[in-house]
Design a protein around this ligand. Structure first.
Ligand code: SF4
Length: 411
């Protein structure tokens, strides 16, 4: 056999998720359309925050682009340090979210994966995920000289009252008027209904996919969910997302039926909290697999279905502001702790891995309290990993590996 011929491990091949290649193809098409010159593509482009209400954009034939998704691509391509350092040279502090730093820097050099994002015609910012996005989007609106719409969502620590409801509903109406003005046409309410239904269907399918890991062995891990998440973020409200997730769900069900797990030997089941560490996904995944530990669920990918209880199917647009205001990340520490406790029980997990993410303050600030609550209420081992989702300078391989080993011993 020639020495350069690849040896195929049939067991590994059997465990691979077949839909992965389709996912890559769809995402490539999505970015190719967005990167087509404006005169040929015809549709305007809106940059929008990952927790922003995207459905009205689809109803108006606007292509939504997510700088945070691009931040993840920058992290996964290991281009984060270079771009973050460039942003720091521009005067942005290292404590600022690395998605923001990487995006602001890449805009000035058209750098990063796929040669930078296509230029926006408008920016849509919803602060239901954090306050950082407000300033980040203001900076980009000035840089590209385009209109910016801000949907301001009050934090729902423990309750969502009528004043909050009125406040966000009024803004949803302003959002529609803003789109009519920028797009130069009337809002298509019939199309909005179709998009709303597709959005709900996509989220239901995504949750069903995530729930297949309730089975033993789990047919996928949260590292796979991090990859397949891009569809519900970028193409939420489209037929493409629904079709793809139907295909992925069918594959997951088939794996469950055949007893195909992502791990050859699943011994421990864990829940992950916070964003992925994009530049070390494979390394981390292997570390846990080698120790027979399966990350069966996470708070991040399930965040895109967390507004589902507040969506109204008969009046999607009427409840748009409220449902987007009530997402997981816009709630208080107690609600976040309850969410993790629910997940531990639902997925029958033995422990929780927290990523204390230097970049994402709203996600990370309460983690030590949440860790304490979980240890007190469930009495299970937890692990705190200190890192950053994009900026590799905050990742210490030896320290993290030692902590993982100590944690596994406690399970
Ligand atoms: S601070 Fe957190 S929520 Fe805000 S943009 Fe950065 S990663 Fe997203």
């Amino acid at each position: 056999m020639p020495s350069d011929e690849k040896i195929i491990d049939p067991d590994k091949e059997r465990r691979k998720i077949k839909c992965d290649s389709k996912m890559r193809e769809i995402m490539a098409q999505y970015y190719m359309e967005a990167k087509t010159p404006k005169e040929q593509r015809g549709k305007p482009i809106a940059w929008i925050t990952s927790g922003g209400p995207v459905e009205p954009l689809h109803a108006m034939d606007v292509i939504p682009i997510y700088p945070e998704n691009y931040g993840a691509m920058i992290g996964a391509s290991k281009m984060g340090v270079e771009l973050c350092e460039r942003a720091e040279e521009m005067g942005y502090p290292r404590d600022l979210c690395s998605y923001a730093r990487a995006d602001i820097a890449s805009a000035t050099v058209n750098g990063g994966p796929i040669g930078g994002l296509p230029e926006p015609d408008m920016l849509i910012c919803c602060n239901n995920i954090c306050g950082t996005v407000l300033k980040w989007y203001e900076v980009q609106a000035r840089y590209y000289n385009v209109p910016l719409f801000i949907l301001d969502t009050p934090i729902t620590h423990t309750e969502f009252n009528d004043e909050m409801r009125r406040y966000v509903t009024r803004q949803s109406e302003e959002y529609i008027r803003f789109l009519e003005q920028v797009c130069g046409k009337k809002f298509d309410y019939d199309r909005m209904k179709v998009v709303g239904d597709l959005s709900i269907r996509g989220q239901e399918l995504w949750q069903e996919i995530l729930d297949t890991t309730m089975n033993r062995p789990a047919p996928m891990t949260c590292f796979d969910a991090f990859f397949h998440l891009a569809m519900i973020v970028t193409l939420r409200g489209t037929q493409t997302a629904v079709d793809y997730y139907e295909m992925l769900l069918a594959e997951m069900k088939e794996r469950v039926a055949q007893g195909i797990g992502m791990l050859p030997n699943e011994k421990y089941r864990l829940v992950w909290d916070n964003l992925p560490i994009w530049y070390r996904l494979r390394w981390l995944s292997n570390k846990f697999i080698e120790r027979s530990a399966c990350l069966v669920a996470d708070t991040y990918t399930s965040g895109w279905t967390s507004w589902m209880p507040f969506v109204d199917r008969s009046d999607f647009l009427g409840f748009l502001g409220e449902s987007y205001a009530r997402i997981f990340l816009n709630s208080g520490t107690d609600i976040m702790a309850d969410n993790i406790i629910r997940m531990v029980k639902k997925y029958d997990a033995d422990g929780v891995v927290f990523h204390s993410n230097r970049s994402c303050k709203p996600y990370s600030f309460g983690q030590y309290d949440i860790q304490r609550i979980i240890q007190k209420k469930l009495g299970i081992p937890t692990l705190m990993i200190e890192a950053d989702m994009v900026d590799e300078r905050s990742f210490s391989e030896s320290q993290i590996e030692t902590r993982i080993d100590a944690f596994i011993e406690m399970l």
